[in-house]
Design a protein. Sequence first.
Length: 458
Amino acid sequence: MAFMARVVIVGGGPGGYESALVAAQLGAEVVVVDSDGIGGSAVLTDCVPSKTLIATAEVMTDFAAAGELGIHSDPPRVDLADVNRRVKALALEQSADIARRLAREGVIVVRGRGRLDGPGRVVATAGDGSETTYDADAVLIATGAAPRTLPSAQPDGERILTWEQVYDLDEAPEHLIVVGSGVTGAEFASAYQALGIPVTLVSSRDRVLPGEDADAAELLEDVAQRRGMTVLGRSRMESVTRDGDTVTVALTDGRTVTGSHCILALGSVPNTAGVGLEEAGVILKDGGFVNVDRVSRTSARGVYAAGDCTGVLMLASVAAMQGRIAMWHFLGDAVQPLDLTKVASNVFTAPEIATVGCSQRAVDAGEIQAETVTLPLRGNPRAKMQGVTDGFVKLFCRPGIGIVVGGVVVGPRASELIHPVALAVAQSLTADQLAQAFTVYPSMSGSVAEAARRLHHA
């Protein structure tokens, strides 16, 4: 009888359930120990809910611009309780879909909190305190991360909120303060503003989205302010307190900002405490993140890790790929190490910001030699038809050989428009090859091809 490997996965988020599916496909016996619900925070409290909320906000953004297209109607009204009911229902539905898929593939899902008892053993503790032990040939840790809070800014779940708690709001905030101008803060600020809620964004940095393309971030901040958002740059939060229905954000320079609600978007901390990692020989990095190599191996033999608990790049797509790579590697299938230079990412603001490959920062710092072209969307015929005036396509290619090494798209549905650029980066296509592919006329994607054409050298 052929040997059947047993894989035990701790955590049912994208890193966990995607690795489970690959391991089952390759003939392993798979157990997933999960405490929070299949899909993890990505499906239940983070990515799926937030993007569902943002999809509603996009409709409101379209309504706001409808007058320019000759469409006139009474302003639409947002019922936040209805919005949040739909958000939570879709998240639960997505979780159930994934659970059914795991069941069809023969994956055993155990409800409980998992911890390592040495490199090859996982103990699952159920809600009633009972324990079950699973021996494993390989273990994958996919415990995710949780919203970061501070002693001076503690959420109460009612008016001071983490991004996981906003979906319990039944009434729209009178004035929402968002602390933190990274991706999460910018997305929620943009979404709630589009829903008609007054928003103040508190940013400790010179600009919003300090980790994104500077041209894109500057355009987004300009659009947000034109639409009525108050952006407080270089303003570091000292504390957040509540007095009845009023929330006060105190800044380190002595100023205060008051509102009815506050969202804390202060980053994430890994869920690695109490999992038995260090006792099993797993090395943790600063901040408690699991140290992994490019095939998701930890320092302990037979122990892999994937997702936000590794701190590699906190995207659901990266977590899923880390999990797949781990199982391909352990079970002897063809595998390519994780290559972050080919990861496409998106900020779901209005407009969206999508990126892939090398960055303008790397080019400016001399870390990579690249020619650059930026093409505003306002000249695109489809953009004119839709009343789109804000956005651009930016491409980077290698001098001389013309290989596309990166790109930025800012505009509606940038998350879709980045795909041809991502394909070009992944397959080392030249700007000429990208330009010569047919695009529909008129289409936003025509601007990607036009930008590529402008990088042509005779």
